[in-house]
Write a protein that binds this ligand. Structure first.
Ligand SMILES: [Fe+2]
Length: 245
């Protein structure tokens, strides 16, 4: 299993506070059967802008050395969407933003209130510029949950959706679970990731979600969401199946 979304670098956002806790998270992930984690600290977030890309890389190398390859680690970010995002994305790779594992995939987080009248132009511009946007946990963003047709339309245009494992297994409440089920039923979800923040309350765990998806939608689907599609991101390939029911 590959985890595309985890706050596992210490002391820079609402993830682990110490290197020891980050290493413990790695240990738990490996124990759960996770082969690779992409560390995705918040970027451009109001509380955690994390604009110093080199500082993130230093922290990442420190954790990578401490984790000793179990699991493998890659670096990315969960990038908050705002009106200035496009300008910075235009200057990548020289800018401060971190795509997932150096690929063309960007993990984007919308705020829980809409950023403007319509997210479509921004996402369109990103794709025209060659980026592949992945929306982090749409099932937990109220104004997206309220617009299933918009999500369907975005997916049709090439936007990819990442669900949180805790939403799928009901740990985050009934609303996120219902929305996740709806998106899975419609074949609109492309990834399931842990969005881990610590070793206790929100640990990096995917096996339970894998089992739940395998039971309801088949093992092939579970593999696609938690192994094959995230692997394509790590290898900077197109997903083999974009929208599989
Ligand atoms: Fe996150």
């Amino acid at each position: 299993m590959i985890d595309l979304h985890a706050h596992i670098l210490h002391g820079i956002d609402d993830g682990p506070e110490t290197l020891e806790e980050a290493v413990e998270m790695c240990r738990l992930a490996a124990e759960d059967g996770i082969e690779t984690i992409v560390a995705t600290p918040h970027q451009r977030h109001g509380f955690w802008p994390n604009t110093d890309r080199e500082a993130l890389e230093v922290l990442f190398e420190e954790l990578r050395a401490a984790a000793g390859g179990k699991p493998e680690l890659a670096l990315g970010a969960e990038i908050r969407v705002d009106s200035e995002l496009l300008r910075e994305v235009d200057i990548l790779p020289g800018g401060s933003l971190l795509p997932l594992a150096g690929s063309k995939y960007l993990l984007l987080e919308f705020a829980s209130v809409p950023i403007g009248p319509d997210p479509r132009p921004l996402l369109h511009e990103l794709m025209v510029a060659g980026w592949r946007p992945i929306l982090a946990h749409p099932e937990r963003i109220p104004w997206l949950v309220d617009q299933p047709t918009l999500l369907g339309e975005l997916v049709e245009r090439g936007v990819l959706l990442q669900l949180t494992a805790g939403s799928v297994i009901g740990e985050l409440g009934r609303g996120p679970q219902e929305c996740s089920f709806l998106l899975l039923d419609e074949g609109l979800a492309h990834f399931v990731a842990s969005d881990a923040h610590d070793a206790h309350i929100r640990p990096p765990r995917l096996s339970e979600a894998f089992r739940a998806i395998a039971e309801r939608w088949g093992e092939g689907r579970a593999r696609q969401l938690i192994d094959q599609n995230p692997r394509a991101v790590l290898e900077n390939r197109q997903l083999s199946v974009h929208n599989a029911r």
